[in-house]
Design a protein around this ligand. Structure first.
Ligand code: PAF
Length: 283
């Protein structure tokens, strides 16, 4: 039987510290792929994208309680460490999966909250404390793991903007790399939450991407934006989605877009059954 190589498991802060000290001592370029586990092809694409640019790859797996709002799926969120480790195989050097107390000790009271991209009325309207939780944990993971590079998916586009802004504002010495969204053959963006979809919902879900592409096409043709967006919402709602937002925004600031001359994105969040899906594309 072939020898089955797997990433080293760093299951607490002390193990991480030892490993990082050794890598730093030998001047290795370290890339971090922060995740909450339940890994799928989208995460693996982040690993592949960054692999060529680093000597050492570290994946963190931490289901961050601070970024879930009380009504959300924190306790039900899929936790699949063994399967995740299996999927990563030997493509990464180490997996950091700390206990909650190694990120948030009992006396932890600090948080990082941003304005700007974190408060543009997209995800923040529906998940008011979400980006405070994301920014705080990402800053903490950066400080614990001291990576040269870190990669984030464009799937969570507002999150990517929030992290870029935080890194700029605090001058965190990390190079943030964005990775394109990976989709199923029918267009559905990969997400750990897709496992919650029933068969019927899964069949309906690609309409999100198809609606985005149709709306983007119409915006490029010069159709009136308010009309395009309203019709996009109507198409989704007719098929059983509850649309939280469908918005056309500038790609860098997430402020409302008014022209296709500047880089812009269409961003959507829609609920079907108990599942909330988000997606976005460039216009
Ligand atoms: O995108 C995610 O999986 C999470 O928001 C992140 C960046 C790992 C922070 O918990």
């Amino acid at each position: 039987m072939a020898h089955h190589r797997r990433a080293e498991l760093l299951s607490d802060r002390a193990a991480l510290r030892t490993r990082m000290a050794a890598w730093r001592e030998s001047h290795q370029i370290v890339a971090l792929v922060p995740t909450m586990g339940a890994l799928h092809e989208g995460h693996l694409s982040l690993v592949r994208l960054i692999a060529a640019r680093a000597d050492r790859l570290l994946v963190s797996i931490f289901v961050n309680p601070a970024q879930f709002t009380p009504s959300e799926d924190f306790s039900a969120y899929p936790r699949t460490l063994e399967a995740d480790r299996e999927k990563l195989g030997a493509t990464v050097d180490a997996i950091y999966c700390p206990p909650v107390a190694d990120i948030y000790p009992a006396d932890f009271v600090t948080s990082i909250s941003l304005e700007g991209p974190a408060t543009t009325g997209l995800e923040d309207r529906f998940r008011p404390t979400h980006f405070k939780g994301v920014a705080t944990v990402v800053a903490k993971l950066f400080l614990q793991t001291t990576p040269h590079l870190a990669v984030f998916g464009e799937k969570d586009f507002q999150q990517l903007c929030v992290i870029r802004q935080m890194v700029r504002d605090l001058e965190l010495p990390v190079n943030v790399v964005a990775a394109p969204t990976i989709r199923e053959a029918d267009g559905l963006a990969l997400s750990s939450r897709n496992v919650y979809l029933s068969e019927g919902e899964r069949a309906a879900a690609p309409l999100i991407y198809h609606t985005l592409t149709q709306c983007a096409e119409r915006l490029r043709q010069g159709d009136e934006a308010n009309l395009v967006l309203a019709e996009g919402v109507a198409i989704l709602e007719k098929s059983g989605f509850s649309v939280d937002y469908l918005e056309w925004r500038q790609a860098d600031t997430l402020q409302p877009a008014t022209t296709i001359e500047q880089p812009s994105r269409l961003l959507v969040a829609a609920r079907i059954g108990v599942t909330r899906l988000i997606d976005n594309i460039a216009v």
